[in-house]
Design a protein around this ligand. Structure first.
Ligand SMILES: Nc1ncnc2c1ncn2[C@@H]1O[C@H](COP(=O)(O)OP(=O)(O)O)[C@@H](O)[C@H]1O
Ligand SMILES: [Mg+2]
Length: 282
């Protein structure tokens, strides 16, 4: 791992990639590390939902990537520093952007861009698009990242998403990163144990937090999360940070949570849909 880590947050649609990337950025920033948060999902631009005040001043990542040449100065000119957190700068697509707003760019441009980004921040966090076919930047981020956090939600559609995408990531170019499986936005009524078994090797669990849901709904994700309800969530974020920051002795091991009340029916469905992956097989 390089001294300045590049982290990709990826997973099924609505698994919590953006929410988690913001909370990771805040956790790094609280350790006085300068974070560049790249929001790559051009199909669902998130800058206005993360920093509504600053968004009006923000120029799109799509515009930057379609410049004839990329320089550090240009990248800095496009990055949006946050008043609320001087250690975080954002760069992403802006409200109204869509897949046709800018000239398309190739893999080489994505590599150049991420290489430049690494020189500018202590930590580069890439909030990836779920659908890689539409986004060379997210694809390259998964290749060059030091750590990829793979977010899974406790839903059948997450299972279906991974059944389609994991074979694509079997290629050797994706094997460089350490990938850490995260069960995300787990609600009390969801069968965490069954899903952990079916996905296999879950290393971190991020529970559903009502305050966080409210933050996301009111474009206040940069507010601090505090209170008893958030303890388990903050522990999960801390485990993720410890995974990335060099010198931390023991990354968390895969955990099998206690069985929840709702087993049975869902277990049977999961067994039918994904029999081979039960019991932690990767
Ligand atoms: N840990 C969590 N607690 C509560 N709500 C969450 C949590 N993680 C995600 N969410 C909810 O899920 C929604 C989708 O999250 P988001 O990060 O936008 O997904 P993605 O970027 O993967 O599409 C958020 O608007 C929020 O309501
Ligand atoms: Mg998102």
């Amino acid at each position: 791992m390089t001294d300045k880590p590049l982290i990709a947050v990826w997973g099924n649609p609505s698994s919590g990639k953006t929410v988690t990337a913001v909370k990771l950025a805040q956790a790094f920033a609280s350790r006085k590390l300068n974070v560049l948060l790249l929001c790559c999902d051009a199909h669902c631009p998130s800058i206005s939902t993360i920093a509504p005040q600053g968004a009006a001043k923000h120029s799109s990542l799509g515009e930057l990537l379609s410049q004839p040449t990329l320089t550090q100065e240009e990248l800095l000119r496009y990055a949006l520093p946050l008043d609320v957190s001087p250690h975080i700068a954002l760069l992403g697509y802006k409200k109204g952007d869509n897949a046709f707003s800018y000239a398309s760019f190739d893999r080489e441009r994505a590599v150049d861009f991420l290489t430049l980004a690494r020189h500018l921040a202590d930590v580069v966090l890439v909030d990836c698009a779920s659908y890689l076919s539409a986004d060379p930047l997210s694809t390259v981020a998964l290749e060059v990242a030091d750590t990829v956090f793979r977010l899974h939600s406790c839903e059948l559609k997450s299972l279906m998403f991974y059944a389609s995408y994991l074979p694509l990531l079997a290629d050797a170019r994706f094997q460089r990163s350490t990938s850490v499986s995260v069960l995300s936005n787990v609600k009390p009524e969801q069968d965490e144990r069954e899903y952990s078994q079916v996905f296999g090797g879950i290393q971190v669990t991020l529970p559903h937090v009502t305050t966080l849901e409210q933050q996301a709904a009111s474009a206040r994700l940069l507010d601090e999360l505090s209170g008893k309800e958030t303890q388990a969530y903050n522990t999960g974020i801390r485990q993720m940070i410890e995974w990335v920051i060099p010198g931390q002795p023991h990354p968390p091991q895969p955990v099998t949570p206690p069985s929840s009340a709702s087993s049975g029916k869902i277990a049977a469905v999961l067994q039918r849909l994904w029999p081979k992956r039960r019991g932690g097989e990767q």
